[in-house]
Design a protein around this ligand. Sequence first.
Ligand SMILES: Nc1ncnc2c1ncn2[C@@H]1O[C@H](COP(=O)(O)OP(=O)(O)OP(=O)(O)O)[C@@H](O)[C@H]1O
Ligand SMILES: [Mg+2]
Length: 278
Amino acid sequence: MTMLENVKRTVRRYQTWPLSTGEKQPAIDISHQVLLYVEGLSVSFDGFKALNDLNLYINDGELRCLIGANGAGKTTLMDVITGKTHPDSGAVYFGQTIDLLGKTEAQIAQLGIGRKFQKPTVFEEQTVFANLELAMKANKGIVSTLLARLSPSELDWISEVLDTIGLKSHYQMLAGALSHGQKQWLEIGMLLIADPRLMLVDEPVAGMTAQETERTAELLTSLAGERTVVVVEHDMEFVRSIAKTVTVLHQGSVLAEGSMSDVQSDPAVIEVYLGEEQ
Ligand SMILES: Nc1ncnc2c1ncn2[C@@H]1O[C@H](COP(=O)(O)OP(=O)(O)OP(=O)(O)O)[C@@H](O)[C@H]1O
Ligand SMILES: [Mg+2]
């Protein structure tokens, strides 16, 4: 595969709405404060129910943590929300009116839903700045613009994102030379370039040092409010440090939901999940 094909394939993951052409994301009806509705969702793989009648409601501006043992269905849920996997039954709405199940992955991204996968996928041979630039140009959807110059407002926006992710002083560094934690922040930055309304972040602190984990907690906390952030994580210390509401998944369903102390003292949760961790 040529370098260009590789870039094309990967940047598609960051393809969202065309920021630079001045198009706006569509209005999302959040008159009931709920940004994301997931109702009665079931997904089977060869008869195995990865999601089983799952219900989840995420409020606008919320920072929600999803926890659950390996195989509980957390990543599958993100796959359905982002259009990668089609469910057997159920409903997923963005705001009151937008049915996500009828949409393609690209359309869902264009609505302002960004997703960070478990493994960082930055372009190692490119600088930090170039990675953000590629993410921005991918928004335009045409790789022929890769060589086009950035407008002043695009440069400002990249600079703001660099500030947010704490990599301003590293902008000329090759992404491959960053620490694992910094690569994860860069990838979060590549999502932020598209200015998403909802961010789905899968296991952001896996493999990070304690200090990097702490900074990631600050970063995600600072993003919520203006945006809505759903974080999947196994690191309970991290979840405790950021979570207002925690949803515990077990065998594809919601086992418990509430504050960290509520779910931690829930006997069912202790038995199936937290009990194993502590
Ligand atoms: N494409 C697939 N084909 C077959 N089975 C799958 C597929 N994707 C997921 N599964 C199965 O569905 C179940 C849920 O997987 P999922 O990846 O959603 O779990 P998870 O909660 O994200 O786990 P982890 O914490 O390990 O990331 C698992 O048993 C997994 O093996
Ligand atoms: Mg997973």
